[in-house]
Design a protein around this ligand. Structure first.
Ligand code: ZN
Length: 387
């Protein structure tokens, strides 16, 4: 175990300063990728890296990297993203990106040999707020298909949990073993638009009623398949959508997230069966199409085990979790061994100005990140490159 300590004050000061870029009066942050605040914060980040005597550079997409001058790969990469959703908190992404810099800075100052084997990254456009960013993970996707990925030996991302599971379980740290898969469906129900007063109830082909019944049953559908699965009916539209016409057509978007591909498949099958059954009952035709499929991500077992051991050795209450939110780590994990470390989010709130994690947990997480990276770098074999 390393006796090296990160500087809590320096990390917390950096977090406070980064939050001034796009800072809002309510304590939140607006730092959408490509905005003036985002661009200015990237220059500031690069300056923080060079001020520590390290080398910083930006790749063509806009990812900001840091490393020891003259160090030669392969490098173990650590970091996160610094862009935000609108009206965001100050920790999502920013915490992992700045903790990475604090860890490398600490090792560099101490003349620790592992400093030469580390690289930090602040990814470009993880959140995908703009319609042009195609769902996000833009910077990490660009890195994953760049020449530079061949010089990266692994990736560890520290992040806030963004949910209540850790707090509920009394955990101060969690090793993330994977990221849920996500399936999105569009359900189209076609009935018959008709006069909402004169059409007897028994004669109606009410697409709105069918859609509402389907939506009401989807919670149970998900629960029956897998109790950890989540489902969301994010949008429901009725046509023509006026008070005095029975809806002739209804559209629902449904999203399932689960830790197993089997659960996602089963949920899809059950949704189809449910939609057909209720469609028949309501004398409507139905159409179910899968709009997108993001596969379940499993992180590297040796990384996950080693991080878990490192956390528990410190006597910190540590759990293992699957992440229900997407992260840059999911993209990078398709190329190199990858894992994530979570700290708790107070009240499970994220993507909100009210996002908060106690300073003590932020500091502890960054310290464990340092221990973890040194352990990985010193004890795990470097991968053989087959890119
Ligand atoms: Zn994030």
């Amino acid at each position: 175990m390393s006796s090296l300590r990160i500087s809590p004050q320096r990390l917390l000061n950096d977090l406070a300063e980064l939050a001034t870029f796009g800072g809002r009066d309510d304590g939140g942050v607006d730092r959408i990728a490509g905005s003036p605040a985002d661009l200015a914060s990237r220059t500031w980040l690069a300056n923080r890296i060079t001020a520590a005597g390290l080398e910083s550079w930006t790749d063509p997409i806009g990812n900001v990297f840091g490393k020891q001058r003259g160090s030669r790969g392969p490098w173990l990469l650590t970091g996160s993203h610094t862009d935000t959703v609108p009206a965001a908190g100050r920790l999502d992404g920013a915490y992992g990106a700045l903790a990475a810099i604090e860890v490398l800075r600490t090792l560099h100052e101490a003349g620790h040999p592992s400093a030469a084997a580390l690289q930090t990254v602040a990814f470009w456009d993880e959140e995908g707020v703009l319609p042009t960013s195609n769902g996000g993970l833009v910077g990490s996707t660009a890195l994953s298909v760049s020449e530079h990925i061949k010089e990266i030996s692994g990736y560890v991302e520290l992040h806030i949990e963004q949910g209540p599971r850790m707090e509920d379980a009394g955990l101060e740290l969690a090793v993330v073993d994977g990221i849920v898969g996500v399936d999105r469906y569009l359900l189209v129900i076609r009935g018959e638009a008709n006069h909402a007063g004169t059409t007897p109830m028994i004669n109606r082909h009410d697409a709105g009623r069918a859609a509402s019944k389907i939506a009401a049953h989807l919670w149970e559908t998900a629960d029956e398949v897998d109790e950890t699965m989540v489902v969301n009916v994010g949008a429901m539209e009725f046509h023509p959508g006026v008070p005095n016409v029975v809806p002739g057509e209804a559209h629902l978007t449904v999203e399932f997230r689960a830790a197993s591909e089997f659960a996602l498949l089963a949920a899809g099958d059950r949704t189809l069966a449910l939609t057909r059954r209720i469609g028949r009952e309501q004398k409507c035709s139905v159409e179910v199409s899968r709009l997108s499929h993001k596969p379940v991500v499993r992180f590297d077992e040796s990384y996950v085990d080693l991080i878990h051991q490192t956390c528990t050795r410190q006597g910190v209450p540590t759990g293992r979790l699957v992440s229900f939110a997407g992260h840059d780590a999911s993209v990078i994990s398709s190329k190199v061994p990858t894992a994530m470390l979570f700290v708790p989010s107070t009240g499970g709130i994220s993507h909100s100005p009210a996002e908060h994690t106690d300073d003590a947990y932020l500091v502890q997480g960054a310290q464990v990140l340092l221990e973890t990276l040194v352990e990985i770098e010193q004890t795990l074999p470097k991968p053989v490159y087959l890119h």
